[in-house]
Design a protein around this ligand. Structure first.
Ligand code: B12
Length: 281
């Protein structure tokens, strides 16, 4: 155990979990095991981060030091029968963080997990809201909790791939359903991409400006409607993207009626399908 009991090296973490140092490094690179960087650029692990990872992966904590239960409160798993919908509806952010964390390592499985677990919970929120069982306040709170919990899963700043290709993510003008972008950002970053998240309601002229400014390899949109097909400004964007070699991909209800290629942009109905395609790029 390290002398100060605060920051552990990769070798110490590997010893604690009875695995090789390369596993620790891989888990860190994949964003599953949270690391901090020393001024000299070395990775170190806090004890709560090691506990959280152990609980995620069902690893023994017998080689970790005892920690004040208050410090670990956030690390404890929620009750087994609490669904993500329940946690969102009662506003339990600690449980939401846990339940949004995929307990699998393969990216394809994680993508499928997000489609199913996050998609289902929010559909349930929408359904209850429509029936007047949940207020707009509870729906807004749920959306923010999901976004926060997803963003916590991003790779640490230090482990982001600074040489990776760039993806820009946004909603078209008028569109406020941006949560899928937070999921897509994770898939991109876990796949070694860099991202710019522009969020809800991005005017087409600003999207064109972004293409000219950073020349992304991919521009990803999510939208609840497909009315942009006819939009001349969208056609302008596509023209700029073609000129710059930027692939445009869309999802959400915009992709209704099928997945796959059209001449000028690709449509995806699921994160899982998108992840499979991304691996071929
Ligand atoms: C949260 C929410 C909101 C939040 C969004 C907050 C945010 N930051 O995103 C806010 C409050 C802004 C909102 C506003 C409104 N909403 Co709303 N909202 C929802 C809710 C509850 C969840 C949507 C969501 O995030 N789902 C989770 C994501 C992860 O899943 P998903 O969208 O299904 O996407 C999946 C796939 O399609 C795919 N995917 C999606 N996009 C992309 C993109 C790519 C590139 C790829 C690869 C994949 C992909 O991945 C996802 C995971 O599988 C839905 C309920 C529902 N049934 O969906 C209603 C819902 C979508 N909203 C609805 C409505 C009516 C509205 C409002 C008009 C309400 C109002 N009167 O103001 C406004 C419209 C605002 C606007 N102009 O956009 C209706 C839409 C009805 C319709 N068919 O048009 C729904 C269905 C609720 C309902 N039952 O009536 N809403």
């Amino acid at each position: 155990m390290p002398m100060d009991n605060l920051l552990w090296t990769s070798a110490e973490a590997a010893h604690a979990f009875r695995v090789g140092v390369s596993s620790i490094k891989r888990w860190t690179d994949e964003g599953e095991l949270e690391a901090v960087k020393t001024p000299g650029g070395h990775r170190r692990y806090t004890v709560p981060a090691l506990y959280r990872f152990a609980s995620l992966r069902n690893l023994s904590t017998d080689r970790l030091p005892p920690v004040d239960p208050v410090v670990l409160e956030e690390e404890l798993p929620p009750p087994a029968d609490l669904s993500l919908y329940d946690a969102l509806a009662i506003g339990d952010i600690v449980a939401v963080r846990r339940l949004v964390t995929p307990n699998v390592t393969r990216l394809a499985q994680r993508a499928a997990f997000f489609d199913r677990v996050v998609g289902d919970a929010l559909r349930e929120i929408g359904y209850r809201w429509e029936r007047g069982e949940l207020g707009v306040d509870e729906e807004h709170r749920a959306s923010h909790m999901i976004a926060e919990a997803l963003d916590r899963l991003r790779p640490s700043h230090a482990s982001l791939n600074r040489n990776g290709p760039l993806a820009v993510l946004a909603c078209p003008p008028g569109e406020h359903h941006e949560l899928p972008l937070h999921i897509l950002r994770l898939i991109f970053e876990w796949s070694g991409w860099q991202t710019e998240l522009h969020g809800a309601h991005l005017p087409w002229t600003s999207a064109i400006r972004a293409v000219e400014r950073v020349c992304p390899a991919i521009f990803a949109f999510t939208s609840r409607t497909a009315s942009f097909y006819e939009d001349t400004e969208f056609s302008d964007l596509l023209r700029h993207c073609e000129k710059r070699g930027t692939r445009v991909i869309v999802g959400g209800d915009w992709a209704r009626g099928g997945s796959g290629g059209t001449r000028r942009y690709l449509r995806f109905r699921t994160v899982r399908g998108f992840e499979k395609w991304l691996r071929t790029q």
